[in-house]
Design a protein. Sequence first.
Length: 403
Amino acid sequence: MATKGPIVEQIVRHPGGFPVVGIIGGGQLARMCQPPAVGLSLTLAVLAQAPDAAAALVVPASPVGPYDDVDTVREFARQCDVVTFDHEHVPPEVLAALEADGVPLHPRPSALRFAQDKLAMRERLGDLVDCPRWRRVDSLEELTELGTEVGFPVVLKTPRGGYDGKGVRVVDSPDAVPDCADWFERAAGDGLLAEEAVDFTREIAVLVARSPSGQAAAWPVVETVQTGGICTEVIAPAPDLDDTLASRVTEAALRIAGELDVTGVMAVELFQVDRDGEPGYVVNELAMRPHNSGHWTIDGSVTSQFEQHLRAVLDLPLGDTRARAPWTVMGNVLGGAEPRHAELYGTYRHLLARDPGLKMHLYGKEVRPGRKIGHVTVCGDDLAELRDRAAHAAGYLEGTIIE
Ligand code: ADP
């Protein structure tokens, strides 16, 4: 429902000239910016999709309105000193209107488009870093051609709007190509991304932050474990990661951030590959905002990705990105069976008692099967023990483990 008129009457600021950071979108990322905003004496305002959106539950200034309506977003931005994003779906015409109004946007639309559109991203990154072999495909014939060139299976992706593996499909053989006809119909002439299926040894991610004045910082490279296309576990740092590869991927992410003039936090998801016995990488995709692969930093790093994002978009000096413990393990909590979730608070109380070192972050979201509703984090010295504790807590919250 479009909200017209002054959607925020008056945002109450901290005295002393501290700014208001506006976030378009009221999901869990905006929600997790609130604790560091308190720590930094900043005021957050969130343009939320609903009164009970994850961030609207914790940010007092959470007007409700559509992120794709120019007037609504303009009105919201007028109340803020800087504007950033909870997701990548704000349409180009809305971003252009804000830019024309002179709103300081971070990341800038000229950078953000490479995180919004996987075809634009592949085209831009090709000269900068190692990527899978790919092409834009507009027909089943072109998909077959790519498969013949790089070998089946190939991976077909919708360039925009995908998340958690939705919008990604593996095409195993030439015989499976005709099954993709509906994807081309839905693409309606916009083209799809087809790329080689990378034979990876594992998935890793690197998180960096860059400020408008060019200061940059990187966190340790992490391993991301996926189950059914959804990230279920993140291990920081990535176990047994070759030092040279760690430097190369960190340098690649910083190069991308610099070349694309990224401002704020950016995550680069990569595949680790074996190149004749030497570890290598190819870049999978970019996110220009705090990212699931960086949730471990809330409890596991001196400066969390959410604090760093706020610092970066305001061009404040960046914080220390070192880990607080030898290992941090983050487990995502996915929505499970309904009866269990009606009792989520009881489940939560049980876990607080069972594991006093466990940190649980639940997003206040309505539970749907498979939806990310929270995450758990543990830090310490013994990786195997930490992985067990995180898996137990996540499984207990999901209802797949009952004791
Ligand atoms: P989303 O934007 O939905 O997160 P991704 O492009 O990250 O989509 O793909 C989701 C998952 O699919 C990846 O984490 C990886 O496991 C798998 N995948 C994606 N691209 C490839 C590829 N080229 N080769 C092999 N696996 C892939």
